[in-house]
Design a protein around this ligand. Structure first.
Ligand SMILES: Nc1ncnc2c1ncn2[C@@H]1O[C@H](COP(=O)(O)OP(=O)(O)OP(=O)(O)O)[C@@H](O)[C@H]1O
Ligand SMILES: [Mg+2]
Length: 246
């Protein structure tokens, strides 16, 4: 990955400069929460190589919601891993609020993740799981506990804070995972098939909750889903096909 950030929001020409009022002292637009340009990624499989992503471009503004659909194996999870800074593209550029990297100490505050399999810590109750995410930034105090309780209430788990994951239903586990993802007030939430393990009705309510909470907190959301109805609820609907997002 190059050392210099891609200049995604700089005006490219005098015409654009004038259109953006740059020379008249207007405040320049903030950089997008997530910007990706020409991302490619492949994997070696025996003696051949699979090209999964072949030039993905995406810009996500603050508070925007975007869905990504695509066939199984089309590279959706691979792409979300790149967006999360958990893996690097072979070529192309990424920027998170204009920054070319997402160091671990910044990731915890900037990014929330929700997965199909919940990934709650089995030994911690729902409240402990939510607080664990804030612990990454600093030891949780009264304010964090209050926010965790408030989030658990928002996701309908006010009475379940002291239940271990094994004592929660699938939908309740995912709602705890959503509260955990939002505890640090992230700018960007990446969700990879968050309803994949839930029945239809529970999945619908989890998506409503996810979209509602992101809209309330102006958290940008990238939602990977196989569900057309869920995708239709996001502000922008994209498909990943032949390694390209369109
Ligand atoms: N670590 C890896 N090593 C080798 N190949 C991989 C690796 N991770 C993913 N792949 C391959 O890359 C392709 C895309 O996988 P990915 O998990 O991103 O698909 P997906 O769109 O998320 O699929 P699904 O909808 O089933 O979750 C698949 O062909 C997969 O086998
Ligand atoms: Mg996947």
């Amino acid at each position: 990955m190059p050392d210099t950030p891609p200049n995604f929001h700089a005006p490219a020409s005098d015409v654009e400069r004038s259109r953006l009022n740059v020379d008249r002292g207007a405040v320049p637009a903030p950089p997008p929460v997530l910007a990706a340009a020409a991302l490619s990624k492949g994997y070696r499989s025996g003696d051949r190589r699979i090209e999964v992503l072949r030039g993905v471009d995406l810009t996500v503004a603050a508070g925007e919601s975007v869905s990504i659909r695509g066939e199984s194996g089309s590279g959706k999870s691979t792409l979300l891993h790149l967006f999360a800074g958990l893996d690097s593209p072979d070529t192309g550029m990424l920027a998170w609020e204009g920054r070319p990297a997402l160091p671990p100490e910044h990731r915890a505050a900037f990014l929330g993740l929700v997965f199909q399999s919940f990934y709650l810590i089995p030994e911690l109750d729902a409240l402990g799981n939510v607080l664990m995410a804030s612990r990454i930034l600093h030891p949780p105090g009264g304010a964090e506990r209050e926010r965790a309780q408030e989030l658990l209430q928002r996701v309908g788990l006010a009475e379940r804070g002291h239940h271990l994951p094994a004592q929660l239903s699938g939908g309740e586990r995912q709602r705890a995972a959503i509260a955990r993802a939002l505890i640090n007030r992230p700018r960007l939430l990446l969700a990879d098939e968050p309803t994949g393990n839930l029945d239809e009705k529970t999945g619908d309510s989890v998506i409503e909750l996810l979209l509602g909470l992101c809209a309330e907190t102006q958290t940008a959301l990238v939602l990977v889903t196989h569900n057309a109805a869920h995708a239709a609820k996001t502000g922008r609907q994209l498909f990943l096909h032949n390694g390209v997002l369109g």
